[in-house]
Ligand binder design. Sequence first.
Ligand SMILES: [Zn+2]
Length: 283
Amino acid sequence: MREFARVGCATTLAVALLAAVPATATAPLELHVLDCGTMDGIETDAFLSELPDPPAAFDMVNRCFLVVHPLGTLLWDVGFPRNASFTFMSWWLWLSSFGKSSVTMDRSVVEQLAELGYEPSDIDFLAVSHVHFDHIGEANEFADSTWIVQKAERDWAFSEDLDNPFVQPDLFEALAGAKTVELTGDHDVFGDGRVEILTSPGHTPGHQCLYLDLPETGPVVLSGDLYHSTLNREHRLPPNFNVDAEQTRSSMERIEALVSERGAQLWIQHSPDSGVQAPAVVR
Ligand SMILES: [Zn+2]
């Protein structure tokens, strides 16, 4: 039976967990960019309706990321579901919400990790930007990892009266019993300031971004769904299906201030025009 740790002090637990992780202190910090699919021809209504002259449709990519730190591995987002639990109804809800889009994902996260030499059991930490189905699809494969999640997101995701077409609890049910670091704010994953989870609620109650200080590329913030496109960022526009638009705008301000302060790049995970596309390794 897996240990389930709900903790008030995430840092204490993270340090304790890291004691069990074999340290290879000479290894560099690396970011592997994984191809978690595409969503093409998405109608802009839900995302950019406040623009005076929005484009009719736009394309999205879906990216997942493996962070390899000298003290362990962190998987950030796990793409679309790959199993039968992702029902026809889910696709119908997606398509009816966003128009005649086409959704593809050629290879699973597990397959892509295997090509890089990693089994699910090699992943020390799993964190997702949020629990929408396009970010948490393969989560059940990583139930032996330590799940790092905002308390607000976990409570929402497992609440009995949750009724949200983008959240399917069966996609992450195995995480209910996983070792868990529950956060109520930011979190320095490996204790050296190079990999930091940034709370940014609004899209969902416990949405989060990921800050990385890469040795060659420099500081990068992975957006999650704080923005879906460069136009959303340019106009600070939350999509109309966010749980809290005002909170989203506050999160945008906060992350933008941090991006400026730290001189970071901000990669919009769903944007084909932003950051480094998959497959790639970034140092
Ligand atoms: Zn998304």
